[in-house]
Design a protein around this ligand. Structure first.
Ligand SMILES: Nc1ncnc2c1ncn2[C@@H]1O[C@H](COP(=O)(O)OP(=O)(O)OP(=O)(O)O)[C@@H](O)[C@H]1O
Length: 291
């Protein structure tokens, strides 16, 4: 699958710039997290990428070809949408067959095996599925499509922790078996953090961060221990988040240099920050700059 290129892409609704001049390159065979608060513009970006709506300005290309009205190109991209697009009276097994018409590499055996594994009854009608099972069903269809690019918009909506964990593992094992471009748009960042390689963070329609997760995590750290010692350590440093529990405190500091000697002296512990915390701080700060 080719590289996906957003060039100066905007989508304007009246006075609202839902997507505002986004430039981004999505390289093949990596797992991307598309992160942003409610209304940030994630779905609008994905709808434009899959030619459901047209950009007001700018172009989106895959391997140098415009996605606009390009059915052949789009048949290589599977878009698991947040809303249900299947006829409600259709049975799960009928959706499997139906999807195989549009996605010739659809693997029916794999879909059936996953349905077994997740105890999804394929004789049920789509409208009879609970919210959680609707998510399971949609992820199964997406994975079995074998498309070169798979986009998941809120893949674990309504699922309990047990099923969320199972589903992330399934997504990852699918990727390991057959690397492909995956774009996961979600609010549940910490859970998905482990499988993401890159994050694209958008805020008010603008791209504020596009970086490898590892690198982003290296740009900050968390220090924890006795509150007064942690405060002493954090003095004059760029604090982006703090939590207190009794006399215990954890502070997240946005700096790549870690003063290990001082940490030892004060008996406080330095650890990796949580992606979720960095995300909250980035989407809160004015303009979203990390500097
Ligand atoms: N068809 C439309 N007409 C008018 N405004 C729209 C339309 N679609 C989206 N918007 C606006 O564009 C902005 C971005 O919406 P979008 O659905 O892309 O956000 P999102 O990041 O996917 O949010 P969420 O996480 O809540 O799904 C919002 O302000 C939304 O109200």
């Amino acid at each position: 699958m080719g590289t996906i290129n957003f060039r100066n892409v905007s989508k304007v609704y009246g006075k609202n710039r839902a997507v505002d001049n986004i430039d981004a390159t999505i390289y093949p065979n990596k797992i991307y997290g598309l992160l942003g608060r409610n209304g940030a513009g994630k779905t609008t970006m994905l709808n434009m990428l899959t030619n459901k709506i047209f950009p007001t300005t700018g172009t989106i290309k895959i391997n140098g070809e415009s996605v606009s009205e390009n059915q052949e190109l789009l048949s290589k991209v599977f878009y698991m949408m947040e809303k249900n697009i299947y006829p409600e009276a259709m049975k799960v097994k009928e959706v499997f067959k139906w999807t195989s018409k549009f996605y010739p590499n659809f693997e029916l055996d794999y879909a059936n095996n996953l349905a077994d594994k997740f105890e999804l009854n394929i004789d049920k009608k789509v409208k009879e599925l609970s919210t959680g099972y609707t998510s399971i069903f949609k992820v199964i269809v997406a994975l079995a499509s074998n498309a070169e690019t798979i986009i998941f918009d809120e893949p674990v909506l309504g699922l309990d922790a047990y099923h969320r964990d199972m589903l992330y593992k399934e997504i990852l094992s699918n990727y390991i078996k057959k690397p492909k471009t995956m774009i996961i748009s979600t609010h549940l960042i910490e859970e998905v953090a482990d499988i993401l390689e890159e994050v694209i963070i958008i805020k008010n329609g603008k791209l504020i961060k596009h970086q490898a997760v590892e690198e982003l995590l290296k740009s900050a750290y968390t220090v924890s221990g006795k509150a007064e010692k942690v405060d002493q350590f954090a003095n004059n440093k760029k604090i982006i988040g703090e939590e207190t529990l009794g006399n215990f405190k954890a502070i997240t500091i946005m700096e790549s240099y870690k003063d290990e000697a001082l940490a030892k002296k004060l008996d406080v512990e330095i650890s990796k920050p949580e992606l979720q915390k960095l995300f909250i701080s980035l989407s809160r700060s004015k303009g979203g700059s990390l500097k």
